[in-house]
Design a protein. Structure first.
Length: 205
């Protein structure tokens, strides 16, 4: 399921602080933050995908201290990068890289997953068949469907996965839910490996 990077908090970061946090943690991703602010996330693969920026809790003894957590996904190495920045001193305090840590999908990643599905001829044929079965009509364009997706890892569904899907969790994958505009859910759910840029299989309900 897609998640907005502007995380909710009792005292959230301001738009200016969000930009500052990204600039301190990952300057090359500042344009991604701007694109999301304008709801213009392109359906392209970034080497680094900005996942989440949120206020980091501080001790009661430091009420004026403003810290932020910045999370990005490094598609080159399949690692989640977590940086802590101090907005008061304009410093990056620490950065760690972690594998097997998969935060919710961004709007950009949801768009990529959808595009990969509809660009896969075999997958599109199955979706068209399912759409015809449900509605009796012909699926001509993606806009005829509603699409949702959430991060998929092998422990989500440990049985019934093919070899290509076994990498999900180490690599970044999405399970996509397709349904009609009147909320009839498809009986097939594609698994998309965003790291590899391909549809690995369908899960049947």
């Amino acid at each position: 399921m897609s998640q907005n990077i502007f995380a909710k908090d009792l005292d959230p970061l301001s738009p200016a602080e969000l930009s500052q946090a990204v600039s301190l943690a990952a300057p090359e991703q500042t344009t991604q933050l701007a694109a999301r602010s304008a709801a213009q996330a392109p359906a392209v693969a970034h080497e680094l995908e900005l996942l989440l920026v949120e206020r980091r809790p501080v001790d009661k003894e430091q009420p004026g201290k403003r810290l932020a957590d910045v999370y990005s996904y490094d598609y080159r190495n399949d690692e989640t990068i977590h940086s802590i920045v101090d907005l008061n001193t304009q410093e990056r305090l620490e950065t760690e890289r972690v594998q097997n840590l998969q935060l919710p999908l961004t709007a950009n990643e949801l768009a990529r997953a959808s595009k990969l599905i509809f660009n896969d001829a075999e997958q599109l044929s199955q979706i068209q068949t399912e759409y015809k079965r449900i509605t009796g009509q012909t699926l001509l364009k993606p806009e005829q469907l509603e699409v949702k997706a959430f991060v998929f890892t092998t422990d989500t569904l440990p049985e019934g996965l093919n070899a290509a899907s076994q990498h999900c969790g180490i690599q970044r994958c999405a399970q996509v839910l397709l349904y009609t505009h009147d909320s009839v859910v498809f009986e097939i759910s594609p698994i998309v490996n965003l790291s590899a840029g391909l549809v690995t299989q369908n899960i049947s309900f």
